[in-house]
Design a protein around this ligand. Structure first.
Ligand SMILES: [Zn+2]
Length: 84
């Protein structure tokens, strides 16, 4: 039989994106993703106007930052309470 197009992860238009935009490798997870804003966040200071890390990794990063910020605030509050 001829070439069979398979849709593996339900993401059937990814190859179209790769064709149109080319691929870009995320520096964090190392995955090759279509170089568009669906997969990367806009960074106007970057050469290709896209962040080096994919949206997924940035989201994870953001969550980690939120957690550490909350922990820091909690520690500060505790410290202040001790001081007074
Ligand atoms: Zn990534």
């Amino acid at each position: 039989m001829g070439v069979k197009l398979t849709v593996d992860d339900g993401y059937d238009d990814r190859w179209i994106d790769e064709l149109l935009f080319g691929t870009k490798r995320c520096t964090e997870c190392g995955e090759d993703l279509p170089a568009n804003t669906e997969h990367f966040t806009v960074d106007l200071s970057a050469e290709d106007k896209l962040t080096a890390r994919c949206r997924n990794c940035r989201r994870t990063d953001q969550r980690a930052r939120d957690v550490s910020r909350r922990a820091r605030r909690k520690a500060e509050r505790a410290r202040r309470r001790e001081g007074s």
